[in-house]
Design a binder for this molecule. Structure first.
Ligand code: FAD
Length: 365
């Protein structure tokens, strides 16, 4: 009997895979409805299609161009394989449907309270009643503020970015994802991700002042309050390789395990990849932590180092970096390689643009 806490992408995909392997799986979530509220921009690389086939109605848009803006420069990249903009509500619901078809049971408005030996205590939020469920394996897919994280990691710090975005009406280039770098959003970036020609997800993430930074960004883009359809916000955990993700029969996955790219805050593809590692590790009695680190560890670490490096950049450094994208060799690598796996092209970009090494001093200043 497997209990999964959290019906987000990592928990639902794990439940689909494990029920497909014949396990009895219960998924518990405190939410009323799967996929809501949306707290995500939903942009993923085409790598997601190697993991799971997506129905057409889940893909809101295909992004063919990334335009990078520093304070005084702009350059664009034409993606060989378009990025996909997901409808996160429909995506999560689709994962729930395929999991249920495989036999997984999904229980909503049920909040995990604690684990006691081979049972877990769950609060039924509708009946205001505590129930217990026998559990051989407990999987914490319970997001950034995971209570199961606390069972395994009492002394390991978890840090976050605070993401905030609006869905706004306006006139947008449907093909282009805009990224704004530098003092406009220190230590991360601001974005415009179009859903279509007339609606875009406009936001940023930061460790502090995210609301005032977003207000400034909206002002710069001349986004008026009456064009805003909704505001969405959520925490983005910063990858920490020291987090313990498995002990005895307890496992952590997805945002609960901080399996997030620190450069972009993306975690959907990483959570799904880790779900595969987890289901195989349970079925084949392998070491889950070793398995997911084999698949994701090196790249998540590179993203973390790049983020630390970029966080020392000033506007003039970003101007110089964006200017380097005029280099056709560098451009070609960035246009053709998946940013989910930087380990496959880091060396190539340094060889293509040795000028990148001129930023090395930023590691120390
Ligand atoms: C503003 C923002 C923008 C983002 N944009 C992108 C993007 O463009 N691309 C991308 O790849 N990623 C993006 N991310 C990250 C992405 O949203 C997450 O990586 C992804 O949702 C993680 O999935 P998960 O299943 O691990 O956790 P979640 O989706 O957070 O699901 C966790 C679930 O656990 C449930 N839960 C928590 N505690 C309990 C409890 N005690 N009992 C029962 N249930 C519980 C919650 O209700 C929730 O449903 C963004 C995040 C934010 C905040």
């Amino acid at each position: 009997m497997i209990s999964i806490i959290g019906a987000g992408p990592a928990g639902l995909y794990s439940s689909y895979l494990l029920s497909g392997k014949g396990y009895e799986v219960n998924v518990f979530d405190q939410k009323k409805k799967i996929g809501l509220p949306v707290q995500c921009t939903g942009i993923v690389t085409s790598k997601i299609k190697e993991i799971i086939p997506l129905e057409k109605n889940i893909i809101k848009n295909r992004i063919r161009k990334i335009e990078l803006h520093s304070k005084n420069n702009s350059q664009s990249l034409s993606l060989k394989e378009p990025d996909l903009v997901l409808d996160r509500e429909k995506f999560d619901q689709y994962l729930a449907e395929i999991a249920k078809k495989n036999g997984a049971k999904i229980h909503l408005e049920k909040k995990f309270i604690k684990k006691e030996k081979n049972t877990i205590l769950i609060k039924d939020l509708k009946k205001n009643k505590i129930e217990s469920f026998r559990t051989d394996f407990l999987i914490g897919a319970d997001g950034p503020l995971s209570p199961i994280y606390n069972i395994l990691n009492q002394n390991t710090e978890k840090n976050y970015y605070k993401g905030i975005q609006v869905r706004a009406k306006g006139s947008f280039d449907k093909d282009t994802f805009h990224v704004y770098l530098g003092s406009l959003c220190p230590n991360f970036f601001a974005w415009i991700v179009p859903e279509n020609e007339s609606i875009a997800r406009i936001g940023l993430a930061s460790q502090k002042n995210q609301i005032s930074l977003l207000n400034e960004f909206k002002k710069k883009l001349e986004i008026k309050n009456d064009s805003i359809i909704e505001t969405q916000a959520g925490l983005i955990p910063i990858y920490n390789p020291k987090i313990k993700t498995n002990k005895d029969n307890i496992y952590l996955i997805g945002d609960a395990a901080s399996q997030i790219k620190s450069t972009t805050g993306g975690g959907i593809v990483q959570g799904l990849t880790a779900a595969r590692c987890l289901s195989n590790a349970i079925a084949d009695k392998k070491d889950y932590q070793k398995e997911w680190k084999k698949q994701l560890g090196k790249d998540l670490w590179i993203h973390l180092m790049l983020r630390k490096y970029l966080n020392r950049f000033k506007d003039k450094d970003y101007d110089k970096l964006v200017d380097m994208l005029k280099n056709d060799k560098l451009k070609n690598i960035l246009e053709t390689q998946s940013r989910d796996v930087p380990s496959s092209f880091m060396l190539k970009i340094i060889l293509a643009e040795p000028g990148l090494l001129s930023f090395a001093s930023r590691l120390f200043i």
